[in-house]
Design a binder for this molecule. Structure first.
Ligand SMILES: C[S@@+](CC[C@H](N)C(=O)[O-])C[C@H]1O[C@@H](n2cnc3c(N)ncnc32)[C@H](O)[C@@H]1O
Length: 267
């Protein structure tokens, strides 16, 4: 397989490649409320909760939203990549939480006891798992009865006008994350474990003004990151044509959503 969902050790040894894609969102999103605050506002986290962030990446979510949480929150930052765990810890240890711990962990086999957490958060990470259903059942297992799971992912139409440009590399014209785990898959797999699942889509779009940011984002993962010079030249031309068509601007629709489920109290 050659896409955003493969070659994890190389992709996520640190946050550099992820940052190239995140820059597109942070620089160009047009939304009333930004993505991380929008997600945070919907999480029913209470004082004293034990919270697991699995696939935490560099901990950006907590740094952006730090001011809104109860000060006695006990946060476990877990990721497959030791580099990401370290970066998340470095970023979050100084923030006003009750406790912050780091843990290298595979979401498919979580190294935690049954019923340990009040909340599990898995943001834009389940599409990396060979079997996302296994990851969701692990998240269910480590939740207390009454605890909640929050999952985020992208919809099948996410940023299509941008991903269409990767046809130059022979890639499908779609967000590779959504190809692996889109809204429909997220809902179906969560319903197979949880009785109540609610979904909300972040109202947002992109207005991209710098062609180079598109180039860097789409060559931050396979196959673009290993493309030949002639392919890269052709890719730059395709990007330039798309910007020219939009009079210097690439307007792109976003589809990012939050799925919330609660583990029932009775078995
Ligand atoms: C796209 S990043 C998302 C980071 C963060 N959750 C966010 O939304 O900003 C995906 C993260 O999932 C991690 N990851 C991938 N496969 C994993 C697995 N099997 N178990 C735990 N983490 C994994 C990667 O190392 C990476 O940090």
């Amino acid at each position: 397989m050659s896409s955003i969902t493969s070659d994890m050790a190389q992709q996520y040894s640190d946050s550099q490649k992820l940052a190239a894609r995140a820059r597109i969102n942070s620089k160009y999103t047009i939304a009333e409320v930004g993505w991380f605050p929008w997600v945070a506002n919907q999480l029913p986290i209470r004082s004293g909760d034990r919270v697991l962030d699995i696939g935490c990446g560099p901990g950006w979510f907590w740094a952006v939203t730090a001011g809104i949480w109860p000060e006695d929150l006990n946060l476990t930052l877990a990721d497959f990549s030791p580099g990401m765990v370290q970066e998340a810890l470095d970023r979050c240890r100084a923030l006003p939480f009750g406790s912050v711990q780091g843990q290298e962990a595979d979401a498919s086999a979580l190294p935690f006891e049954d019923g340990f957490f009040d909340a599990v958060i898995a943001m834009h990470m389940l599409y990396h798992l060979p079997d996302p259903a296994k990851g969701i059942s692990e998240m269910y297992r480590v939740l207390k009865p009454g605890g909640f799971l929050a999952v985020t992912t992208n919809g099948a139409g996410n940023m299509r006008k941008m991903y269409e440009l990767t046809a130059v590399f022979g890639s499908p014209p779609s967000d590779p994350a959504a190809l692996a785990f889109d809204f429909d898959t997220a809902e179906r797999l969560m319903r197979s474990q949880f009785s109540d699942v609610t979904m909300a889509q972040h109202p947002a779009r992109l207005r991209i003004t710098e062609p180079e940011d598109v180039f860097l984002a789409l060559t931050s993962y396979p196959p673009g990151d290993g493309a030949s010079e002639p392919q890269l030249a052709e890719f730059r031309n395709a990007i330039a044509r798309a910007f020219k068509q939009g009079n210097g601007i690439l307007e792109v629709e976003k589809e990012a959503g939050l799925f919330l489920s609660r583990k029932s109290v009775s078995p």
